[in-house]
Write a new protein. Structure first.
Length: 367
């Protein structure tokens, strides 16, 4: 195996692929990246057995085919440390990889490509192609509500649901729920649901950077695979039953509040400064046309804000974790936001005032 490549062309895919590789591995080969040259194409593959990422680069000069695995982190650090316009020459020589650039020369240890695990390709049950920017928006608008290390392992991921002409993402950690839907030309009669693990979702969002590009998605029985021009990303699915999110969506809330998103966000941020650091609780007090926000903490400090809102219901007092409200207002983009409430013990539904493709549910707190 032998190829020559510009530093910039190698560094971008290498950084993304190395992001999948875990530093502490049970199998030594998992801290390596698989380099494979076929014709005029170099492929780089990294995996942690749950998520696999393949980056592809076209080589300008003639290359010798072959494949081998080298330490991902070290190869990346070497590339980073070379000058920006450097040309890098990589050659496999007697079970070592020699990396040369200018007057620099590095010899890296290798492990055979045959030892490198590949994510099994199951029968694909469904394939569709969507604009990258819209899939990224779907993920960004809902991924913040995924649980982090919940014992209910199926919450440490995101539900992707495909139904006729629609792709929907749902995430919840048991205290709040985020849901975003997009129209998609998918012909699917019955609902198809998969749970993609947290790491898979975050890696996928990092790859969808091309505003005008498309991404091809395959949903198999045990895997999701996404392919763009330069990358193929595969993730195992979480085997579990996601909660019935439709039962969580509050119905019949009669108290409708509409307000300026940015004003509310700033008022919540300021009030949060004096909320209890552990529980982050704030109190919302609604009256005609006015929302009062209050916070206090064990040091007997208090904050109070008043925001003019569009509201004509009865008086209501309700408590929330302010971080959850700020997360929602942070991913919204509209000027006006809509808040639907029913009473002090029922969840709140937040939506953008001018479209309802995203819905957010936040459970109240007892203060």
């Amino acid at each position: 195996m032998h190829f020559t490549i510009q530093r910039e062309a190698l560094l971008k895919p290498l950084q993304l692929v190395a992001g999948v590789v875990e530093r502490r591995q049970t199998l030594p080969v998992l801290s390596n990246v698989l380099l494979s040259v076929d014709g005029q194409q170099l492929s780089l593959t990294g995996t942690d057995l749950e998520v696999e990422l393949v980056g592809r680069v076209a080589l300008e000069d003639a290359a010798e085919p072959g494949e081998i695995t080298v330490p991902a982190r070290k190869l990346m650090d070497i590339c980073k440390s070379l000058p920006a316009d450097a040309a890098i020459d990589v050659r496999l020589d007697d079970q070592k990889v020699v990396v040369k650039s200018g007057r620099s020369r590095f010899t890296l240890s290798t492990l055979p490509a045959n030892d490198f695990p590949t994510v099994e390709e199951g029968p694909g049950s469904m394939t569709f192609t969507l604009p990258q920017a819209r899939v990224r928006r779907l993920i960004e608008r809902s991924s913040f509500a995924m649980a982090q290390q919940d014992v209910r392992y199926y919450l440490n991921g995101m539900l992707l649901e495909v139904s006729s002409g629609m792709l929907r993402a749902v995430a919840t950690d048991g205290h709040r729920l985020a849901m975003c839907s997009m129209q998609a030309g998918i012909e699917q009669v019955d609902r198809h649901q998969v749970i993609v693990p947290r790491k898979g979702i975050l890696e996928l969002a990092r790859l969808l950077t091309d505003q005008d590009g498309e991404v091809g998605i395959v949903l198999g029985q045990h895997h999701i695979r996404a392919t763009t021009g330069e990358f193929t990303f595969t993730s195992k699915l979480v085997d579990g039953k996601f909660p019935d999110y439709e039962r969580v969506l509050p119905r019949g809330g009669d108290k409708l509040v509409t307000g300026d998103r940015q004003l509310l966000r700033e008022a919540f941020s300021r009030t949060a400064i004096l909320s209890n650091e552990k529980y982050r609780g704030i109190r919302l007090m609604l009256d005609n046309g006015l929302l009062k926000i209050q916070a206090n903490n064990p040091e007997q400090e208090e904050a109070e804000e008043e925001v003019v809102v569009d509201y004509n219901g009865g008086a209501l007092e309700i408590g929330f974790n302010v971080s959850y409200l700020l997360d929602v207002l942070g991913v919204m983009t509209s000027e006006q936001v809509r808040l639907v409430l029913s009473d002090a013990n029922s969840s709140a539904l937040l939506q953008e005032a001018d479209n309802d493709d995203s819905s957010y549910v936040v459970m109240p707190m007892r203060l």
